[in-house]
Design a protein around this ligand. Structure first.
Ligand code: DMJ
Length: 672
């Protein structure tokens, strides 16, 4: 090695400083004497041989290097100090957050608590942004266009920033306003302070119209392809044997009518859009344009036609931007309005959409609580889109009224409500299953839809989940599965409808939106139970209702099935919850469970000539007893949630922009 010095004056002259090489380098250079004395002597001799100038340069150089060393030592010290302080801050934050939680403990009742398998749910998760590492940040290859540019993709940077903000809050910089709590709920400040706004704004454009740049396509994976194949097979049967009718009867190659409004076709529109089935979508659109007529002397169920038809049309309008669907939505929305002309303003269950008359079922003046409280997302959105406030007013009034009613049990509602008196009837029976289920779902979802401002909805939701924990949770034997039972006049029943399996997904959605972290924990243990309702049954398909064993008995599983309950209607709830769980945790086991379920649908419910059928006996793999009916929600919900579950693209219906109605039709979250 040599160092060139050009510092000397006069004619250029090369001065060399020789550097003694270490042993390895010196090997092979010639004779080799590496004794200490020799090295010392040789160095000294060389130093002496240098000119004065050379010596001065070298000394100067050493002095310069020494100064640099001192400076860099001081600045590294500062940096080190700040790193150390930061990590202390971090530790402090971690310790203070649990303290915040302790102020509002939301603990599962003792028997359900702390299943070791599930570990600790990270404390920060109660307000932390979703885990996004598993999801593709790439765009979708579909035409779904996100409504808001700024929030479309959450980057790691965003995640870090959110955590930092949390730390800031925790340090007291936002002090009093930073967090409000409601019996275990911890809510982000901006979600909680403003009063609800009932004002209908200017008519809105569909979310897809406010489109942004085309995104790069995200490739569809094998499992998604299998869903597309299943959908096509189902559609083939519908198209050949039931086109334009409500439901396919795949075995008899015919159809059944419920409302006579092409229910399956409308329910499936947005699924086709999401799956990218353009041809099928176009063909169905033609039918909507030319053949869908609501001016018919026919009684329809308010709830069913709202969630399937109105919801389906609205979401298809948003995804496609095609005003045909909005026109049709307005038409059906207007025709359903007579249902609200009751003494109590609690709507009747049935409406004649041609005549404009409404009535309760023949045998009673009661309506079902779930039905009158699960039409809000759709009517509210219709008001927002049309600028006509009557739709929203009608359904908000129902919620406000139910909010004030007595007869609840720690937030749990009875199953019936009288359209004359406006009071709950048949008091004392509480379930999260049929007739009450989507009341709970829509409390949370309306709160999300409206921008997390309507505190009464949130209060009712939080109170209800506390009620579930207090009255309805139990653990089964032998696997100690936590399940949601029912309460009838003070007596606990270990019965759980498959319908209840919407709950893990809803709880996870709430936790994702900043609610109590223990909701996520409960979601995790409940989805395991819902999965077991499939896995413990001979066909791997869940029955409509199960009873859980509360006591260990030799040879008995957790799940018992009564002969009257062993049918499967191709329902979506478990797959729906699996989708939410996968989106929020990235845990692949949820995809695997969904995959098993899809395979079992293919094994036991697929009809070779086209379509899928509900079955009567999930316990008999050699003869599951086909029922000869394909429910519209199989295409509207079950296959859609399957497809989304298998996708790693969070922008394929981004859950920070859309909220699914109870029939899996995504509607936009309102942005101020
Ligand atoms: C669907 O119509 C909706 O999901 C509703 O909320 C419950 N029943 C069916 C699916 O099971």
């Amino acid at each position: 090695a040599a160092m060139y010095s050009g510092a000397a004056a006069g004619p250029p002259r090369r001065d060399f400083i020789s550097v003694t090489l270490g042993p390895e380098e010196a090997v092979g250079v010639g004779g080799y004497n590496n004794s200490k004395a020799w090295r010392r002597r040789s160095c000294w001799r060389k130093w002496k041989q240098l000119s004065r100038l050379q010596r001065s340069v070298i000394l100067l150089l050493f002095a310069f290097l020494a100064v640099c060393g001192v400076i860099s030592y001081t600045s590294m010290g500062e940096a080190w100090k700040s790193i150390t302080n930061k990590s202390l801050d971090d530790q402090r934050t971690e310790q203070e957050i649990p303290r915040l939680k302790l102020a509002n403990p939301a603990v599962l009742p003792a028997p359900q608590k702390a299943d070791a398998n599930h570990g600790d749910y990270p404390e920060l998760s109660l307000q932390k942004p979703p885990k996004l590492s598993h999801v593709r940040r790439g765009p979708s290859n579909l035409q779904i266009k996100a409504p808001q540019r700024d929030t479309r993709v959450k980057t790691r940077h965003d995640t870090m920033r959110a955590v930092e903000e949390l730390v800031q809050e925790d340090k007291g910089e936002k002090t009093e306003k930073s967090i409000i709590s409601w019996r275990g709920a911890v809510i982000e400040p901006d979600q909680s302070t403003e009063p609800p706004s009932n004002k209908i704004m200017e008519p809105e454009k569909p979310s897809s119209v406010e489109a942004e740049d085309q995104k790069e396509p995200v490739p569809i994976n094998e499992r998604q392809l299998a869903v597309i194949e299943a959908f096509r097979h189902a559609w083939k049967g519908y198209k050949e044997f039931a086109w334009g009718h409500d439901e396919l009867k795949p075995l008899s190659k015919s159809y059944s009518e419920w409302f006579g409004l092409g229910l399956t076709l409308i329910d499936a529109l947005d699924t086709m859009w999401i799956l990218g089935l353009k041809e099928e979508f176009e063909e169905a659109r033609k039918w909507v344009a030319n053949d869908l007529v609501f001016d018919k002397n026919v009684d329809v169920n308010l709830f069913e036609s709202t969630i399937r038809i109105l919801g389906g049309l609205l979401s298809t309008y948003h995804l496609s931007g095609d005003s045909l669907f909005l026109e049709k939505a307005k038409d059906i929305g207007n025709r359903l309005m007579p249902a609200f002309k009751t003494p109590s303003k609690i709507p009747y269950s049935d409406v004649n959409i041609g005549r404009g008359t409404a009535h309760p079922p023949r045998w009673t003046s009661d309506s079902t609580v779930a039905e009158v409280t699960s039409i809000q997302l759709e009517f509210r959105e219709l008001s927002r889109l049309t600028g006509d406030e009557k739709f929203q007013k009608a359904v908000d009034q129902v919620m406000k009224h139910v909010h004030t009613l007595s007869g609840k049990n720690d937030g749990l509602v009875p199953m019936f409500i009288n359209t004359n008196s406006g009071q709950f009837t048949h008091l004392g029976v509480y379930t999260l299953g049929a007739r009450a289920d989507s009341y709970y779902e829509y409390l949370l979802k309306q709160w999300i839809q409206g921008g997390k401002k309507e505190n009464e909805l949130l209060e009712d939701y939080m109170r209800a989940i506390e009620g579930v924990k207090k009255h309805l949770l139990q653990r089964s034997e032998p696997k100690k599965l936590t399940f949601v039972g029912e309460l009838a006049h003070g007596h606990f029943s270990a019965k759980m409808d498959h319908l209840v399996c919407f709950l893990p997904g809803t709880l996870a959605l709430g936790a994702h939106n900043g609610l109590a972290a223990d909701h996520m924990k409960l979601a995790e243990i409940l989805i395991e139970t819902c999965y077991q309702m499939y896995a413990q049954v001979e066909t791997g398909l869940s029955p409509e209702i199960v009873h859980f064993n509360l006591h260990a008995q030799k040879g008995h599983k957790d799940v018992e099935v009564k002969p009257a309950d062993r049918h499967n209607l191709l329902r979506p709830e478990t797959v729906e919850s699996l989708f939410y769980m996968y989106r929020f945790t990235g845990d692949k086991k949820y995809q695997d469970w969904g995959w098993e379920i899809l395979q079992n649908f293919n094994r036991y419910t697929r009809v070779p000539t086209g379509g899928y059928t509900s079955i009567n006996n999930v316990q008999n793999p050699s003869n599951p007893e086909p029922r000869d009916k394909m429910e519209s929600f199989f295409l509207g919900e079950t296959l859609k949630y399957m497809f989304l579950l298998f996708s790693d693209d969070i922008d394929l219906i981004n859950l920070d922009k859309y909220v699914f109605n109870t029939e899996a039709h995504p509607l936009p979250i309102w942005v101020p």
